[in-house]
Design a protein around this ligand. Sequence first.
Ligand code: GUN
Length: 279
Amino acid sequence: MAELIDGKKISTDIKDELKEEVSKLKAEGREVTLAVILVGDDPASAVYVKNKKKACEYIGIKSLSYELPAETTEDELLELIEKLNGDDTVNGILVQLPLPRHIDEKKVIRTISPKKDVDGFHPENVGALLIGEPGFVSCTPAGIIELLKRSNVEIEGKECVVIGRSNIVGKPMGVLLLRENGTVTIAHSRTKNLKEICKRADILVAAVGKPKMITAEYIKEGAVVIDVGIHRMDNGKLCGDVDLDDVESHVSKITPVPGGVGPMTIAMLMYNCIASVRG
Ligand code: GUN
């Protein structure tokens, strides 16, 4: 029977460790402050931002909230980011994605100071990750590495298959697994023989974006499966990219949805905020 990797519990452990860090910083007279910017009224984004602010409150990080209307111009947003870049009391800046279509996301990401880019999206941080230099790492893949380590899953020498090549998850995930000495394959929508490739994986990370696409046919007996997807089904329940019921008897460990990867993303964001103060 598969062991469920409890992301909620592990993320709470991390947040409790970080809470202590923040207390120590406060004792040194240093406060941690995160500026959170939300543009428009995407309901999913509003929930994510609410959860990020809640985590800040739990840990003792001050959050500054900027909730801007959908009509906000690109220049107005860039101006706010520049202002926060120059504000020494602000340690981290997070612009919730996606942005309304009239705003150039890449330009926005490049405008955030790399030293305050707690999402790890700035090209300077992405480049640093690739060449193994210090910098902020994208929170979801960083959280997955933490989940694997804290669940005693060895990565070194293992066949790791990542399905998905996004800038936020797939690509940095591949680099992080490589940094841990995994043998990495990044598969994607144009990959041929996807099932065969996935079936080689000791560690399979599914970030496909399709509900329950990954069935037992994709799984090697005893594999560790990390499910990054989150989808709302017609019955109102959440599910991932992996069909949990179908694969459960074939895997050794698997993350549930919800309660797997999701809470880890926020814990790592909090980690990055504190790192930005410690320098
Ligand atoms: N939208 C979806 N995931 C993320 C994330 O990790 N950070 C930000 N800023 N926006 C997102």
